[in-house]
Design a protein around this ligand. Structure first.
Ligand SMILES: [Zn+2]
Length: 233
């Protein structure tokens, strides 16, 4: 039995997925279940990247971005063909859906590098948590970055605390518990810390992997004006 980050390996995940919700997704895109799932399920990463190495790769990429020295790595046809066989993203990013915070650009990364989950206010919903469980437990990613950003509209809406149309209010409601008498910058940081904590509190898998030292979860804030990533202690 293959075990990745201490959890079910790819072979077992295939079995699990055959009766689970992923079967629906696989059917929906037209291929057979096995073909669809196997699109990214392969033997364990031959070159695993630990959390320290992963963070360095991200911060080095962000330095290139803010210094206008981007290298646009891993964006060739050869890379596309390579990652078509298997994906081993070295970091997972839980970021905001804000159009100004695209992970691959601000970290100067390419195809197959990052497992990115973006949702307004970088809110850790059940679906988000499931996605992060997948990349850590199945794909072998060892670093999760919860990435907030300055001038976040979702956080601002939560601070304003006014009625909003449609389901927009759900986003604000998911952020409000993090906020108590904070200004907007502090609120962004508080929200990152709150959502990062929620990942552990709502996911037995993630908290177990954390405690076993298999993964790391860190918080960071992207500065919309400068492009710089600042780590949150
Ligand atoms: Zn935002």
């Amino acid at each position: 039995m293959t075990r990745i980050n201490g959890f079910l390996g790819r072979r077992n995940f295939l079995r699990f997925a055959g009766t689970g919700s992923l079967a629906i997704a696989a059917t929906a895109i037209g291929g057979s279940l096995a073909d669809s799932i196997q699109a990214d399920v392969n033997p364990a990463n031959p070159n695993p990247v630990n959390p320290t190495q992963a963070l360095k790769l991200l911060l080095d990429g962000n330095q290139r971005f803010i210094q206008y020295k981007r290298q646009y790595p891993h964006q060739s046809l050869a890379r596309l063909q390579l990652v078509a066989k298997a994906q081993y993203p070295f970091a997972a990013i839980l970021g905001c859906a804000d159009s100004r915070v695209p992970a691959e650009i601000i970290f100067d990364q390419g195809l197959g590098d990052l497992f990115v989950v973006r949702v307004a206010g970088n809110v850790a919903s059940d679906i988000v948590i499931g996605s992060l469980e997948y990349t850590t437990a199945v794909l072998g990613t060892q670093l999760i970055v919860v990435l907030g950003h300055t001038k976040c509209g979702a956080v601002a809406a939560a601070i304003k605390n006014e009625p909003m149309p449609g389901m927009i209010g759900h986003v604000a409601e998911s952020i409000k518990p993090a906020l108590t008498n904070l200004n907007s910058t502090d609120a962004v940081i508080a929200n990152v810390q709150y959502q990062a904590k929620k990942l552990q509190q709502h996911s037995k898998m993630l908290s177990q992997m954390l405690q076993a030292g298999k993964i790391k979860i860190i918080g960071a804030c992207y500065d919309i004006d400068t492009g710089k990533i600042n780590l949150i202690p």
